[in-house]
Every structure is written in structure tokens, then in C-alpha cells.
Design a protein around this ligand. Structure first.
Ligand code: GLC
Length: 466
């Protein structure tokens, strides 16, 4: 009990120290406060990293920080189409920003990917921005904040970007590799689950918030897209024993409308031996990626957990995902909740799909490393499915190690026993992931900030539901 309180006390203090100030106002939190290493880009406020901070501030009633964050990030959103193809597109929200000073004057410097390693574009930040805005309105009940014309325009621009006419004809969002939390090459280009789950949640949130933007076409676009996206994911991404049996006997090369194997998945590309012994009778999960002749059978935690929280996964599927986490505890949770993905890419696959990335060696960092930040998503999903014992068990494992290890960014090894090879200490979202998990357990009502019920067209826009 004593250690527990100490860990929390320390974590709150560290969160306070991570707050980023701009022109005297708090506007976000920096990624890490590790003074033993050069800051590199960890002194920036990453939009995705700020999510658990934002939810904690909302829970504490410290609305100003979240409001300032939403406002400042919105100011950084390009409002015009760029003539230069190297510039960020209209509607994007930067992956991160930083306070710079020139001639004694502060300004915000945004990074949409033009500074990032490998120049990857963060697609997730515009989706997270809408999700945070929705949570802010829910917490404050101040719908007028989101109704301000510049906010309505901001949401519209993001929706325009997401719903734009494209080359492909799927309801899912086509993105390059490294467009989300995994922002290095890891073979997740195409239609990665994490982006689809965030896309779904952002569409749900935007549908509630777009009230007086006066753009009927976008609202119709959202209403059309939501059920298609949901059904596509529930059907084509789902893997359990039944589904595996069907895929195993798939015919290939089916042409025309009557095709059953819609994506022409070649049965030999699926690691059946491993999967049949890993998938229990009652377990299942959403695949990492589905595209032409591609079914990525890796388990990605953020996507699966967010699918539960946003009701992108059906109720039955959500229970099956939690069953799998419980039954494959050693692989998915191990000694530090929880694996970012499972299993790791090894040998030839590692070389080809990561481009020999030394940071993403098997069972390290994004490639099968363990990320304590995922604890809050695990807790939220556990609460949503009524499986809180899973979350409590995970938090218990984490709390003593996290303080002793000085809140590392990630852990390595098949069970997460090693502190990440190049992990920062005092990583803010490790701290907030733990604190938020604790707060969710303490008061399950907080789940409302981030969760959505089953989509129903009739009540899609009801403001009273906010
Ligand atoms: C890591 C993560 C990324 C995060 C960044 C800052 O590299 O992969 O998702 O935003 O660090 O913490």
C-alpha cells in the first residue's frame, strides 16, 4: 500500500514537471524529462503522447491546459492547400510542437514529419485531436467551445482530408508506414489497425461535434462511412478459430462479385501452426493490417484496445480479445504491460520489413517491445468489457518496477524484463499511462470521456449524449 501511494505521489509530481508553458500559459506536456540524455526531440509535446495527460487533466478539472492545447494545435493546422508538395497538407495537425524563442519572443514550431526521422507523417494526430476535443466537451459540458467557427472549420478540414476521394475503394484509411505510434518502418503501411480504430473513434466524435458547420455533405459522408468501416473491420480483420478455418480453405484467384476471398489472401502466407496453438477456443483479435493479398496476423495492442473502447469491435469480439489477453498473458502482458505488438519480426522478415533498423531489433522498441503507456488503454478496455480484474493484475505488475526503473519509455525482451535498450527515463506517457489506469479503476465513470457505444444512425448526432 505504502509503495503504491509513493509511486502515485511521485508520478503526479513528475506530470506537473512535464508541463510545457507558452507565453506564460500551460499548453501541453513534454515527451520525456530525462536529463541524463540529450533531449533530441523528447522536449517536444507530441499530440499522441499528450492524450493520457489530457484525460488526467480533465479528470482533475484542470480544463485550461487541455483547452490551451486544443487551441494552439488548431492554430498550427494548415488552412490552405499548399503549392509545395513537401509542405503539410490542409487539415493536418502536427505530430508534435515545441516552444522556440527568437529575439526574446516565444513562438511554436510544429513538426508534421518534415523534421522527423525518416520524414514520416503523423496521421494519428489529427484523429487524436478530435478525440481529445470530444473528451474536453464531455468533461466540461461546454459544447459552445467546439461550436466556435474556427473549431468547426478545424474539424471539417480533418474530415475533408480523411473522407477525400482517393485511388482505393475501401472504407479504411490508406496510410504510409510509420503513420501512428509506431513511427518507424515496421511493415504497417497500407491499412494498419491502429489508424482504423482511431479513424473510427474520430468519425464518431466528429459526428457529435459538427453541429453548425453547415456542411451537409461531410455529415452525410461520415454517416455513410461509419457503418461500412465498422462492418469491414469486424469482418475482414477478425481472426479466431472459426475464421482461421475459413481462411485455411480459401480458394485463390477469385474474379468478380461472387468472390469469397475478397482480398485474395493466399492461405500459405498465414502462420497456421503458431496461430492455432496460440488462439484459444474463446479467444480472437483484429488483424494488424488487411490489403491486397495481405493479412498481417500480428497482434497490435493499441488498435485492438481502441477498437473495444470505441465499439468498433462488436461486443462478442471485445470479449474474445480480452479472453485472448488473459489466456496469452505471458506473451501479451508478461512482466510489463503491455506488448506493443506480438510476435516480433525476426530474421529475414526483420531485415526486409524494418530495413535492418537497429532500434527495432526483435523484441525491442516497436518490434515486440513492452510499452507501459498501453496500461491505460488496457484498463479502459477491461472496464468496458467488465473485466477489471485483468487491469488490476496488470497495474500491480507495473507499479513497483516503474518507480524503481525511473519510468522508462519501453521494455525489451519476450517478457518485458529488460529496460528498453535506448529507452528514455521519466517518459511522460509512461507516467500518465499508469496514473490514468489508476484513476479509471478508482472511478469507472471516467471511461465515458473516451468510450463510444454501438453506432446507431438515429442517435449519431445527439448533443445530449455528450
Ligand atoms: C517514441 C514513440 C512515439 C512517441 C515518441 C515520443 O518514439 O514511438 O509514438 O510519440 O517516442 O514519446
Amino acid at each position: 500500500m505504502q509503495t503504491e501511494n509513493l509511486a502515485e505521489k511521485q508520478a503526479w509530481k513528475l506530470l506537473e514537471n512535464s508541463i510545457l508553458y507558452y507565453q506564460g500559459r500551460p499548453i501541453g506536456t513534454v515527451a520525456a524529462g530525462d536529463s541524463s540524455q540529450a533531449a533530441l526531440n523528447y522536449d517536444r509535446c507530441f499530440v499522441r503522447d499528450f492524450v493520457p495527460s489530457a484525460l488526467l487533466f480533465l479528470i482533475q478539472g484542470r480544463y485550461d491546459i487541455v483547452r490551451n492545447f486544443l487551441e494552439e494545435a488548431l492554430k498550427l493546422q494548415p488552412k490552405e492547400n499548399q503549392l509545395n508538395a513537401y509542405s503539410p497538407g490542409r487539415g493536418l495537425i502536427p505530430g508534435s510542437f515545441k516552444v522556440e524563442t527568437i529575439n526574446g519572443e516565444e513562438f511554436l514550431e510544429a513538426d508534421f514529419g518534415e523534421h522527423a526521422i525518416a520524414r514520416v507523417t503523423a496521421v494519428d494526430s489529427c484523429l487524436w485531436w478530435i478525440i481529445i476535443l470530444h473528451a474536453y466537451v464531455k468533461a466540461t459540458k461546454d459544447i459552445n467551445f467546439a461550436l466556435q467557427p474556427h473549431f468547426q472549420q478545424g474539424i471539417l478540414l480533418i474530415m475533408e482530408l480523411c473522407l477525400a476521394t482517393r485511388f482505393d475503394m475501401y472504407p479504411t484509411l490508406l496510410v504510409p508506414d510509420g503513420a501512428c505510434m509506431i513511427h518507424r518502418r515496421l511493415g504497417i503501411y497500407g491499412y494498419p489497425l491502429e489508424i482504423q480504430a482511431l479513424f473510427y473513434a474520430a468519425l464518431r466524435a466528429a459526428r457529435k461535434l459538427l453541429i453548425c458547420a453547415g456542411d451537409e455533405e461531410i455529415v452525410r459522408g461520415i454517416d455513410n462511412r461509419l457503418p461500412l468501416l465498422r462492418d469491414h473491420i469486424r469482418h475482414h480483420y477478425w481472426i479466431n478459430m472459426n475464421r482461421l478455418n475459413a481462411i485455411y480453405r480459401f480458394k485463390g484467384e477469385e474474379y468478380g462479385h461472387t468472390a469469397v476471398n475478397l482480398f485474395n489472401i493466399y492461405s500459405n502466407s498465414i502462420p497456421y501452426c503458431n496461430l492455432t496453438s496460440w488462439l484459444s477456443k474463446h479467444g480472437g483479435y483484429l488483424a494488424g493490417n488487411v490489403g491486397p493479398s495481405q493479412l498481417d496476423t500480428r497482434f497490435f495492442s493499441l488498435g485492438n484496445l481502441m477498437a473495444i473502447i470505441s465499439s468498433l469491435a462488436s461486443e462478442q469480439q471485445s470479449q474474445a480479445i480480452m479472453n485472448l489477453i488473459e489466456e496469452q498473458w505471458e506473451d501479451l502482458v508478461g512482466e510489463m504491460p503491455m506488448k506493443i505488438c506480438f510476435p516480433a519480426l525476426e530474421k529475414e522478415e526483420y531485415r526486409i520489413l524494418t530495413g535492418c533498423d537497429p532500434k527495432n531489433m526483435p523484441w525491442s522498441y516497436h518490434n515486440g517491445g513492452s510499452w507501459p503507456v498501453l496500461m491505460w488503454l488496457l484498463t479502459a478496455a477491461a472496464q468496458k468489457t467488465g473485466r477489471t480484474s485483468i487491469a488490476k493484475r496488470a497495474i500491480e505488475i507495473a507499479q513497483i518496477r516503474l518507480t524503481n526503473d525511473q519510468w522508462p519509455e519501453y521494455y525489451d525482451g519476450t517478457r518485458g524484463l529488460l529496460i528498453g535498450k535506448r529507452a528514455r527515463r521519466y517518459q511522460t506517457w509512461t507516467i500518465t499511462g499508469f496514473l490514468l489506469a489508476k484513476e479509471l479503476i478508482r472511478n469507472p465513470a471516467h471511461l465515458e470521456l473516451i468510450s463510444f457505444g454501438e453506432f446507431d444512425l438515429d442517435s449519431a448526432s445527439q448533443i445530449c449524449e455528450l
